[in-house]
Design a protein around this ligand. Structure first.
Ligand SMILES: *[C@@H]1O[C@H](CO)[C@@H](O)[C@H](O)[C@H]1NC(C)=O
Ligand SMILES: *[C@@H]1O[C@H](CO)[C@@H](O)[C@H](O)[C@H]1NC(C)=O
Ligand SMILES: *[C@@H]1O[C@H](CO)[C@@H](O)[C@H](O)[C@H]1NC(C)=O
Length: 299
């Protein structure tokens, strides 16, 4: 505990730019494994450093789904660990052209890296609980003829490419961009993708048919499609005798030759990128200070 604290102080002071840490301040580090809830009022006069693993970013929202403006009145969130790092404000957040119908997206802010720090500006009179979750970074696009958005939920990212390639090359395209060719989990996900992009053109997914085993599989996750969610169009699949059949979606699923040239959708889920298995924890300079927070790993 002492060691962790020393390292933190060193890194804060060592980050330079003349930022002064008030000597009376308590310094606490919160490592977010998945989700954490914190009560803002309990951090008065403290600097709270929030970390997640380096492959993820952090998303802040209010625990009860209130508008994030309420939080900005009481707490400043810095994108980084020293005072000179920019303050993250709702109005400066990336607004994706797709996925905006999601009310919760507007009610949260995202960091650009895996560290943030929090300072209380004013003690809230009513309880103010911040929800902190790890998320993946989501750019506007992956270059020309593509578009990204937090289309399905607030912590993942999807990118559509409107350059037609065969299925193997779309797989490579997604991997080259640090993502995976789409695997569809359920109807909700599929419907949100159609709502964001299109139901009139084919998009390659990662599914393909193995003629030896006779099994359809999501190649990106190596999971067999059966038993599980399916959404074949009427009379599909109808061509599985051909070796190397792949699956494209267009308001339903179609098996088509993998060499066909189609658009594609890449995805990145928080669990797709390597992360530490360390559970959420606090370190702080005050050993008496252990009971102020509540965690939940799933909600
Ligand atoms: C697929 O990628 C290979 C290797 O980069 C390239 O030679 C080929 O032209 C590409 N095919 C399509 C259809 O884009
Ligand atoms: C197809 O299935 C067979 C039998 O299960 C397996 O040996 C082979 O590796 C599979 N091929 C691919 C490309 O996954
Ligand atoms: C499979 O169905 C599609 C239309 O859903 C059709 O265009 C295609 O020719 C059919 N393939 C075979 C082998 O019947």
């Amino acid at each position: 505990m002492y060691l962790a604290f020393s390292v933190l102080v060193f890194s804060l002071l060592g980050s330079g730019h003349g930022s002064v840490i008030p000597t009376e301040a308590c310094i606490r580090t919160l490592y977010v494994s998945d989700t954490a809830l914190i009560d803002v009022a309990e951090h008065e006069n403290c600097i709270l450093q929030i970390d997640t693993d380096q492959n993820h970013i952090l998303r802040f929202s209010l625990a009860h789904g209130e508008h994030f403006e309420r939080a900005q009145e009481f707490v400043s969130i810095y994108d980084g660990i020293d005072e000179d790092s920019p303050i993250i404000r709702l109005e400066n957040q990336i607004r994706h052209k797709v996925g905006l119908t999601h009310a919760e997206l507007i009610d949260s802010v995202y960091t650009t890296n895996s560290v943030a720090h929090l300072r209380l500006k004013k003690k809230p009179t009513l309880s103010l609980k911040l929800k902190i979750e790890k998320a993946v970074y989501c750019p506007f696009n992956l270059g020309s003829e593509s578009q990204c958005g937090r289309v399905v939920d607030a912590n993942s990212c999807y990118c559509a490419t409107f350059t037609k390639r065969d299925q193997a090359n779309q797989t490579t395209y997604c991997i080259d961009n640090g993502m995976k060719l789409l695997s569809i989990q359920d109807l909700n996900e599929e419907e949100k993708l159609y709502a964001a992009w299109d139901t009139l053109v084919y998009f390659w997914t990662s599914a393909s048919y193995n003629t030896t085993s006779g099994a359809w599989r999501w190649e990106s996750t190596m999971e067999n499609i059966y038993p599980g969610y399916t959404n074949w169009a009427p009379f599909e699949p109808n061509n599985t005798l051909n070796d190397g059949d792949c699956m494209a979606m267009k308001n339903g699923w179609y098996d088509d030759p993998c060499v066909n040239l189609y658009d594609a959708i890449c995805e990145l889920q928080p669990e797709d990128v390597p992360s530490s298995t360390t559970p959420s924890y606090y370190t702080n300079s005050d050993p008496a200070f252990t009971s102020f927070s509540t965690f939940s790993s799933q909600d």
